[in-house]
Design a protein around this ligand. Structure first.
Ligand code: B1M
Length: 215
């Protein structure tokens, strides 16, 4: 199969919630030497985005998204495990989680895997994480950066509360913050006072490096 055919089939497998086919394609793509991130960005992620679109227009219902998400989770695990790892570790400590009220974590898992692969110490505190917990964990591990993910317009507010809580506790200058998630934008980051916004995992690496350089 050509690279383009794999991307096309990968997208289809997610839309059809065919976990077996999706994992087979992930393995095949990696064996053919396709870059893991390209495989996600051009194959599987467009598939899950399509699922979101079908849901939005009422052509697919919640059980359908759940099945597609399960298939997506499986391929994410396979592809993440194939990310080449930097030998040099200890480039910075990052606490990351999906905010309170939000259980979407596929994107965050990709971001976490890429951060780890690039030599950062990542403390993944999971999903549906109460805002104070982000700060507690950052204090506990001596983090440099706090990252939050939000996938719902209603839960983006948690990212704003994180900024407010940091200010209230006098810790705002101690940490850099980065926000991400499908509905999140640079404009939102500016509005709430986050230090950076990342569009995707690769952009996250760029932004985090920049934040650490700035000190
Ligand atoms: Co939900 N969901 N969902 N869902 N879901 C969306 C987000 C939605 C847009 C679908 C739609 O209507 N089109 C919609 C939100 C609408 C809105 O807010 N305006 C929606 C809804 C409504 C819901 C429920 C309310 C449905 C219901 O119950 N009626 C419910 C809410 C549950 C809750 O959280 N409380 C719900 C539930 C679910 C499932 C559980 C079934 C499942 C999630 C499973 C899981 O994550 N374990 C699910 C899914 C899969 C989706 C869609 C289809 C796909 C999300 C995804 O995984 N994308 C989604 C549609 C969409 O977003 N297009 C949808 C792929 C992933 C790789 O992308 O997460 O954006 P993403 O991450 C990217 C970047 O954003 C960035 O990098 C990642 C990699 O490139 N990024 C960061 C993310 N975080 C970052 C952090 C960073 C840096 C970059 O630094 C810290």
């Amino acid at each position: 199969m050509t690279k383009e055919e794999i991307f096309e089939e990968a997208q289809k497998a997610i839309v059809e919630s065919d976990a077996n086919r999706a994992t087979e394609l992930a393995e095949r793509g990696l064996a053919q030497g396709i870059d893991p991130l390209e495989l996600m960005n051009r194959g599987f992620i467009p598939g899950i985005n399509k699922v979101g679109e079908l849901f939005e227009v009422g052509k697919l219902f919640l059980p359908g998204i759940i099945l597609a998400a399960e298939a997506m989770q499986k391929v994410t695990d396979i592809v993440n495990a194939a990310l080449p790892t930097e030998i040099e570790k200890g480039k910075g400590k990052i606490v990351i989680g999906t905010v309170e009220g939000d259980i979407h974590d596929i994107g965050k898992t990709i971001v976490v895997a890429l951060f780890k692969a690039n030599g950062f110490d990542v403390y993944d505190i999971g999903r549906d994480v109460p805002i104070p917990r982000f700060i507690e964990e950052a204090e506990r591990v001596g983090a440099d950066i706090i990252g939050s993910s939000a996938l719902l317009t209603t839960t983006m507010d948690g990212q704003k509360r994180l900024e407010e809580e940091l200010k209230k506790s006098g810790l705002r200058d101690k940490y850099k913050t980065i926000v991400g998630g499908a509905p999140v934008t640079q404009r939102w980051a500016d509005r709430i006072g986050a230090d950076a916004y990342a569009e995707d995992a690769a952009d996250g690496i760029k932004k985090v490096r920049h934040l650490l350089e700035k000190g």
